[in-house]
Design a protein around this ligand. Structure first.
Ligand code: DMJ
Length: 474
């Protein structure tokens, strides 16, 4: 796996820090509003035509990959060549994409993917991998194969992989190192680890402990998340973006809710939903309150969340990006529909302004800070959860806007490709595995009947792999 944090080719946190240092206008919105009781879930039916359209996009994506890159991590769809993160492939697109193929009813494609996992996937590799990315994409994908198909081979490979990732947690704080060697267990990079890399484990490892009866996995995951949460700024309650996992000190004292931090908040909530852990639930409430108090800002577009010094949030910047647009979905999952709707409105307004979401932009001026578009799923994810919560057809109609845009700008003969620039639209040559794992799955689920991945019974990990909650287990 490539040894950098590929979620953030241009790290929003670091760029924001530069802008903070350069100076900004402090804006304080310290009215977090009142939480309401979680609303009920809507009963929604399948939109046959839209499902057929998304299914065709999934089939097109898979064909583009399978024709020229089957077994590789990803495809470069313009040049028609395979792309691997490390010396040896972990079949990212296959493992990440299986459950999307399965849910779309593309049985032949799903069977081919599962056969590759069974016969070809090898995790005993003398290769440094990003512990976080391997967890959310590969371990999460394998666990979904087990959860949805009862595949014991996939579970055995998941156990083997998890055992190879666990050495990452062997630090004085229990917070994991960034990289781990899958054969030797040697770790690398402990002084600059993202909050998300530390706090995004309890869903995958919680499920693994449940199905194996081995608590080592959930214990390590939970200890890391709690260690991070316990280190939120004592005065403001905000979470810093970067950490030294040996000393337990922040190395990037920037608070925001987008890439680098996002799923740490998400897993306080989803860990509680998956396992019924009331303490995690209380921790989510305690952690998200300061985000609303210190980072929220309303513009004509709707509600936004900026970036600020975690210890002095009066130093705040109107800096956000495509990754941060997962937050409306998280708020909706939690039942906080007022903020979910207001933030989703803002994200969708930005999507319409740019045509697709750029990686980073200034939500006050509209200025683009990082012009690439990575086929990311976050806004589709939010539309999906909002629709399941409300049944309001506006969210489905916006899903069609996303699909139209992706078809117009990113569809090529070999699948769908990223943009190196949204203005003027300039195609790159890559299909991140999360396009199939997440973006297309969220669109599919947006138009499906609510019985398909019922959010009362399933928790989707941060890579959109659905795992059953503890109450859904027979
Ligand atoms: C995915 O790998 C996951 O959603 C992660 O939590 C953040 N970013 C990418 C998609 O944008």
């Amino acid at each position: 796996m490539r040894p950098d944090d590929v979620r953030n080719p241009v790290s929003p946190a670091r760029a924001a820090l530069v802008l903070l240092v350069a100076g900004c206008t402090p804006v304080v919105d310290d009215d977090p509003g009142d939480d309401t009781d979680a609303p009920a879930w809507a009963d929604v039916d399948r939109d046959e035509a839209a499902v057929a359209r998304v299914r065709e996009a999934i089939a097109h994506t898979w064909a583009g990959y399978a024709d020229v890159a089957f077994g590789a991590d990803e495809v470069r769809p313009l040049s028609g060549t395979p792309a691997n993160w490390g010396a040896t492939s972990l079949g990212l697109t296959i493992v990440d994409g299986w459950d999307t193929l399965h849910l779309a009813g593309l049985d032949a494609e799903a069977d081919a993917a599962r056969a590759w996992i069974r016969d070809e996937l090898e995790v005993d590799l003398d290769q440094d991998v990003s512990a976080f990315e391997t967890n959310i994409r590969v371990l999460g994908g394998l666990l979904a194969v087990h959860a949805h198909a009862g595949d014991e081979v996939a579970l055995a490979k998941a156990v083997d992989l998890a055992d190879r990732l666990l050495p990452a947690f062997d630090t004085p704080t229990g917070m994991p190192a960034k990289f781990v060697n899958l054969r030797t267990g040697a770790t690398r990079e402990t002084s600059d680890v993202d909050a998300a890399e530390i706090g995004t484990w309890v869903v995958e490892l919680g499920y693994l402990s449940r199905v194996t009866g081995d608590d080592r996995y959930s214990d390590a995951a939970r200890a890391a998340l709690v260690a991070l949460d316990d280190r939120r700024d004592p005065a403001t309650g905000l979470m810093a973006s970067g950490w030294d996992v040996v000393t337990g000190e922040p190395t990037l004292n920037l608070a925001q809710i987008g890439g680098g931090v996002d799923s740490a908040y998400e897993y306080l909530l989803k860990g509680a939903l998956l396992t019924g852990d009331a303490d995690l639930r209380a921790r989510y409430d305690a952690a998200i309150g300061p985000v609303h108090a210190h980072l929220a800002e309303t513009t004509d577009d709707g509600l936004w969340y900026g970036a600020a010094d975690a210890s002095d949030p009066s130093l705040r910047l109107p800096y956000t990006g495509g990754l941060a647009c997962f937050a409306p979905g998280m708020f909706a999952l939690d039942g906080d529909l007022d903020r979910a709707v207001a933030h989703a409105e803002a994200c969708f307004a930005a999507w319409e302004r740019y045509g697709v979401l750029p990686e980073a932009f200034d939500y006050r001026s509209g200025g683009i800070l990082a012009a690439n578009h990575e086929l990311r799923p976050e806004l589709a994810e939010s539309l999906f959860v909002l629709y399941r919560r409300t049944g309001d057809p506006v969210w489905r109609s916006r899903g069609l806007v996303l699909l139209d845009a992706w078809d117009a700008c990113c569809r090529v003969d070999g699948g769908y490709t990223v943009l190196s620039d949204v203005d003027p639209v300039t195609q790159g040559d890559a299909t991140p595995s999360f396009w199939l794992a997440e973006s297309l799955k969220y669109l599919l689920l947006l138009f499906e009947d609510d019985a398909v991945v019922d959010l009362r019974a399933w928790v989707l990990n941060t890579e959109a792999h659905p795992l059953p909650t503890v109450s859904a287990v027979p």
